[in-house]
Design a protein around this ligand. Structure first.
Ligand SMILES: CCCCC/C=C\C/C=C\C/C=C\C/C=C\CCCC(=O)SCCNC(=O)CCNC(=O)[C@H](O)C(C)(C)COP(=O)(O)OP(=O)(O)OC[C@H]1O[C@@H](n2cnc3c(N)ncnc32)[C@H](O)[C@@H]1OP(=O)(O)O
Length: 183
């Protein structure tokens, strides 16, 4: 992965372990928001990405590239593939049960991805330091050990839950009763 210093963990970064009470290894991870472009069941043309965690610290996910995900004819749009990387990385940092947003996302495109391809994604955390999380993901064609089509590295920044209410409205809170914004 070609990456900048911004997405490279500093020497003091700590790689997190599984969270006590977090999702059990092997358990499916549901959508974080029903109308999310990446994972929402109610999004008409979204990725409808489905995911599990094999170990409580990484995420494995899949989606099928559809007609509405094209850029060049018959091929996935690069921005859609970046969105898939963003989504699976977001799912992986949520395993640690603190809200984060993407600060920077870097993407390498290695192979074209035709419509109809099942893309197998994996994301993991390389380290955390203060509010910053350094994460990585890859997407493989056709199977979990298929050829790598996309790689990504990201810097995510921890925010308060009020970030989503202040900038996006109440909808996220309605779907996340585990949080109270004004306890
Ligand atoms: C989206 C999820 C919503 C749901 C949340 C609810 C529950 C969660 C449940 C499930 C989640 C599961 C899955 C999620 C799946 C997908 C997630 C997709 C994620 C996204 O798609 S999310 C949308 C795109 N994203 C944004 O919409 C961010 C816009 N942005 C901002 O809102 C601010 O910009 C913010 C908050 C980032 C920082 O603002 P701030 O004022 O809090 O802090 P500040 O600026 O001081 O930055 C602190 C330190 O980070 C460094 N830093 C910041 N940004 C940097 C950058 N770009 N490059 C290099 N360094 C950067 C500074 O340099 C400083 O570093 P230092 O401390 O060393 O000085």
């Amino acid at each position: 992965m070609t990456r900048s210093s911004v997405t490279t963990p500093p020497p003091d970064a700590v790689r997190p372990g599984p969270l006590p009470g977090g999702p059990a290894p092997g358990s499916p991870l549901g959508p974080h928001y029903s109308r999310c472009f990446g994972c929402g069941d109610d999004h008409p043309t979204g990725l409808h990405l489905t995911a599990t965690t094999p170990d409580g610290i990484t995420v494995q996910a899949r989606f099928v590239v559809g007609e509405s995900h094209q850029g060049a004819p018959g091929l996935a749009h690069g921005g859609v593939l970046a969105a898939a990387m963003d989504e699976v990385i977001g799912m992986s940092v949520w395993l640690f049960r603190k809200p984060y947003v993407t600060g920077r996302l870097e993407t390498d495109y290695l192979r074209p991805v035709p419509v109809g391809t099942e893309l197998y994604l994996r994301a993991w955390c390389n380290g955390m330091s203060g509010r910053k999380a350094y994460l990585e993901a890859e997407g493989r064609i056709g199977s979990a050990d298929g050829p790598v089509a996309v790689r990504a590295a990201a810097l995510f920044i921890e925010v308060g839950m009020e970030h989503f209410v202040e900038h996006g409205g109440q909808a996220i809170i309605d779907e996340h009763h585990e949080y109270e914004v004004n306890p």
